[in-house]
Design a protein around this ligand. Structure first.
Ligand code: GLC
Length: 428
């Protein structure tokens, strides 16, 4: 018998398709990965210098929110607390919070207000892992994992108290900030020397959340079977629409970074190009998913110039092409996409969107679409695209090559001036 944990409202979510992830905290100061404490086994004492220096003097959440909205993002998810345990809001349950640093602001409140003002829905990331909390037992990924004295002290630690601390904090987050649309937990690693749903007391957590905010979306990282309104692949794109064990399509959201880290990482150089980011967004939607694209603001409270450049270029593309993203999903399977192309489909308007990752010479053949297209145009300028079917008696040089059952679009030699051109197909 499966337990009923209630369901979040995913209606708005699957229409909106594109959100901003924000990873911000003390790790912006070392600026070499948000896992720096784990990677370098930094003790709580040695990490304290970042707490004492945290002073984001250029923090301007209104500017962040504008950038997100201009990029075409419709919701955001921010780290209220990451694995280092540092909290961005004025929580009553720990002193390890922004209001006690030189910054002394309730940063979360200001971010929520600014993003709401720009019309974005609000999501809270909350780390299940906490390398600062005294009751959190030292395990295989803890920065103190190799300190024998710390390991020995596990006997005096009480994960039940930690689980209660988490419930207290999540209650605060879901009570003091108005309607919250998503709660995004991270993450479980059950098994030897790890932690999972019994440690987090996930069941009690979910029951509390559903009382406080019945329709909130809860992600799938609590390690509790039956809980997970959204499936959350990270740093890869699935090759097909993810399904559950009963072969039902899952609501899913891929989370991806611009470069290799989530928190601000000064020297990380593997930044994806704007074109790659746009293709990523299309790839997600073409498989029925959302993209949550991450920004790691600097310790001064700004978006890094490399992130800004990409956000703005994505926004420029979205200005002309968002019709192929919002309210769109995977295309019917009897329309296989041609090479180097991806379809998305708006079921309401029955329009199919052909995204061309590389621009072909003169023609593109669309299998299964012979006789099915009513009108075709480039999306960037609504300029007409001529087409014909295999069965049409067209005496063009292209006609002979149109495969049976296909339609052929006749393309200009010069590609439109945009990273990923899109052709809008009005189906009969
Ligand atoms: C991983 C990492 C973490 C990041 C998260 C985003 O689980 O632990 O640093 O916040 O992915 O999905």
């Amino acid at each position: 018998m499966s337990v009923d944990y209630g369901k979040g409202d995913v209606g708005w979510f699957v229409q909106n398709r594109f959100g901003m992830f924000i990873h911000w905290g003390l790790y912006a100061l070392p600026a070499r990965h948000e896992w720096v404490r784990n990677y370098e086994q930094i003790t709580t004492t040695d990490y304290q210098k970042y707490f004492e220096r945290f002073n984001p003097d250029l923090f301007d959440p209104k500017a962040w929110a504008k950038e997100a909205r201009n990029a075409g993002m419709k919701y955001f998810v921010i780290t209220t607390k990451h694995h280092d345990g540092f909290c961005l809001w004025d929580t009553k349950f720990t002193d390890y919070k922004a209001t006690n640093t030189p910054c002394s602001k309730n940063l979360l409140q200001e971010v929520v207000d600014a993003f709401r003002e720009e019309g974005l829905k609000v999501g809270f990331y909350y780390s299940l892992i906490d390398w600062h909390h005294p009751e959190f037992t030292v395990d295989k990924i803890h920065p103190h994992r190799e300190m024998q004295s710390e390991r020995a002290a596990n006997g005096k630690r009480d994960m039940k108290k930690y689980a209660e601390y988490m419930r207290n904090q999540v209650r605060e987050l879901l009570t003091d900030f108005g309607k919250i649309d998503i709660i995004w937990f991270d993450f479980s690693y059950p098994g030897e020397d790890g932690k999972g749903c019994d440690d987090w007391e996930s069941e009690a957590m979910v029951r509390m959340i559903r009382k406080l905010q019945p329709t909130i979306i809860i992600n799938n990282r609590l390690d509790l079977p039956g809980v997970g309104d959204i499936h959350t692949p990270e740093q890869y794109i699935p090759t097909e629409w993810p399904k559950d064990e009963n072969n039902r399509q899952l609501v899913w959201e891929g989370c991806q970074t611009f470069s290799g880290a989530w928190g601000y990482h000064r020297d990380e150089a593997s930044w994806k190009s704007t074109k790659m980011c746009i293709e990523m967004l299309i790839n997600h939607v073409s498989l029925g998913g959302n993209l949550l694209l991450n920004v790691g603001p600097t310790a001064r409270g700004c978006f890094d110039h490399r992130a800004l450049q990409r956000l703005r270029e994505i926004g420029e593309w979205m200005r002309f092409h968002s019709r192929s993203i919002y309210n769109c999903t995977q295309a019917p399977q009897h329309y296989p996409a041609p090479p180097d192309c991806r379809y998305t489909w708006n079921p309401e308007t029955n329009r199919l969107y052909l995204h061309l990752f590389s621009w072909p010479f003169k023609a593109v053949h669309l299998p299964g679409l012979g006789g099915k297209i009513e009108y075709a145009q480039l999306l960037n300028d609504d300029s007409e695209i001529a087409f014909h079917s295999h069965q049409d008696e067209v005496h063009s040089s292209l006609d002979a090559r149109t495969p049976k059952g296909a339609s052929t679009l006749e393309l200009p030699i010069i590609s439109p001036n945009t990273p990923v051109p899109v052709i809008e197909l009005f189906l009969k």
